[in-house]
Design a binder for this molecule. Structure first.
Ligand code: HEM
Length: 278
C-alpha cells in the first residue's frame, strides 16, 4: 500500500469499527474520545499539548485518570497501524475520530495529515488538563478557554455525548446519554432540556443524573450546560436545529484536532515551531 494513501487508511478504520463483543457493538464512540483526549490537552498560551506527537503513547499521559479506558481505542487501532506503518499515531488517532463520526452518521470533518510522533517524553503535557466531570460551568470554561474555544464551540463539542457511554470502572460514572449511542444525532440536547433528571448516587458511590428509569444519564458538567444561561441558549438552538449542530460540531471538532499542529514547509508538524513561540 502506497505511503500517503489516507483513503485506504480510512477504509481500514471503518472495518474495525464494528466490534460485536465490545460495549454497544461499536468501537466508534471510544475512538472519538481518543481523538478528543489526544487533542484536548492543548494550552494556547504555552503552545504545549495537543494531538501532535501522540504523547499518550507515554505512560505519564496514558495513566492520567481522565484517559482511563482509552487503551481499548488504541488497541482497536493496532491492526490498522500494522497495515500502514507509515502513518503517525498522531494522525491515525485523529483520523480515526473523524472516520468514526462519519461512520456513525455524523458530519464530515476536515482533517489534515502531517502530525509527527514524538520520540521521547519531553513534550508530554502534565496530567489534569482534561475536564473533570464532577465540576460546573466555571471549570468547563477555564479548560476550554485555555484551548481557545468560546461558549458556542463548547456546547457544540459537548454534543459528542450523543455517542457512547460512561463506564463505572473507567470514570466512575455509568450509562449512556441517549438510547442509540452509536448513532450521531442531536438527541443529547433534546434530552438535556427535559426536566426529569434527578441526582442519584450510582452503584460505585458517584453522584450523577439519571432519567426516571435510571437508564439514561447526564454528568454534572452536562447539566451545567442547561443551568448556565449562555450555554443554555446554544443547547436550545442545537436541540431545535440538527443541521446547525452538525455544521458547528464539524467546525469545532476540526479545530480541536488542529490545536497546536503547526506545519512546516513540507506539511509536517514540527516541534520547533511550537517551541519558538514559548
Ligand atoms: C465519555 C467527560 C467533553 C466525547 C465521557 C466520559 C466522561 C466524559 C466522564 C465517560 C468515560 C468512561 O467512563 O468511559 C467529559 C467532560 C467533558 C467532555 C467532563 C467536558 C466538559 C467531551 C468532548 C467530546 C467528548 C468535547 C468530543 C468532542 C466523549 C465520547 C465519550 C465520552 C465519544 C464516550 C466514550 C465511550 O463510549 O467509551 N466523557 N467529556 N466528550 N466523551 Fe466526554
Amino acid at each position: 500500500m502506497a505511503a500517503g494513501d489516507y483513503m485506504a487508511v480510512r477504509d481500514a478504520i471503518k472495518k474495525i469499527i464494528p466490534q460485536s463483543s465490545y460495549d454497544d457493538g461499536s468501537a466508534g464512540p471510544v475512538l472519538v474520545r481518543l481523538a478528543w483526549h489526544a487533542s484536548g490537552t492543548y494550552d494556547k498560551k504555552s503552545g504545549t499539548g495537543g494531538s501532535n506527537g501522540a504523547t499518550m503513547r507515554y505512560k505519564l499521559e496514558a495513566s492520567d485518570e481522565a484517559n482511563n479506558g482509552l487503551e481499548y481505542a488504541r488497541k482497536f487501532l493496532d491492526p490498522v497501524r500494522q497495515q500502514f506503518p507509515w502513518i503517525s499515531y498522531a494522525d491515525l488517532w485523529t483520523l480515526a475520530g473523524v472516520v468514526a463520526i462519519e461512520y456513525m452518521g455524523g458530519p464530515k470533518v476536515d482533517w489534515k495529515p502531517g502530525r509527527v510522533d514524538d520520540v521521547d517524553e519531553q513534550y508530554v503535557p502534565p496530567n489534569g488538563r482534561l475536564p473533570d466531570a464532577t465540576q460546573g460551568e466555571d471549570h468547563i470554561r477555564s479548560v476550554f478557554y485555555r484551548m481557545g474555544f468560546n461558549d458556542q464551540e463548547i456546547v457544540a463539542l459537548s454534543g459528542a455525548h450523543n455517542l457512547g457511554r460512561c463506564h463505572a470502572d473507567r470514570s466512575g460514572f455509568e450509562g449512556p446519554w441517549v438510547p442509540m449511542p452509536t448513532r450521531f444525532s442531536n438527541t443529547y440536547f433534546k434530552l438535556l432540556l427535559r426536566s426529569e433528571w434527578h441526582k442519584r448516587t450510582n452503584s460505585v458511590g458517584v453522584e450523577q443524573y439519571n432519567d426516571e428509569d435510571n437508564e439514561l444519564m447526564m454528568l454534572p458538567t452536562d447539566m451545567a450546560l442547561v443551568k448556565d444561561p449562555k450555554f443554555r441558549t446554544w443547547v436550545e438552538k442545537y436541540a431545535e436545529d440538527k443541521d446547525l449542530f452538525y455544521r458547528d460540531f464539524a467546525a469545532g471538532f476540526g479545530k480541536l484536532l488542529e490545536l497546536g499542529v503547526i506545519r512546516g514547509p513540507e506539511g509536517k508538524a514540527l516541534r520547533q515551531y511550537a517551541r519558538a513561540k514559548l
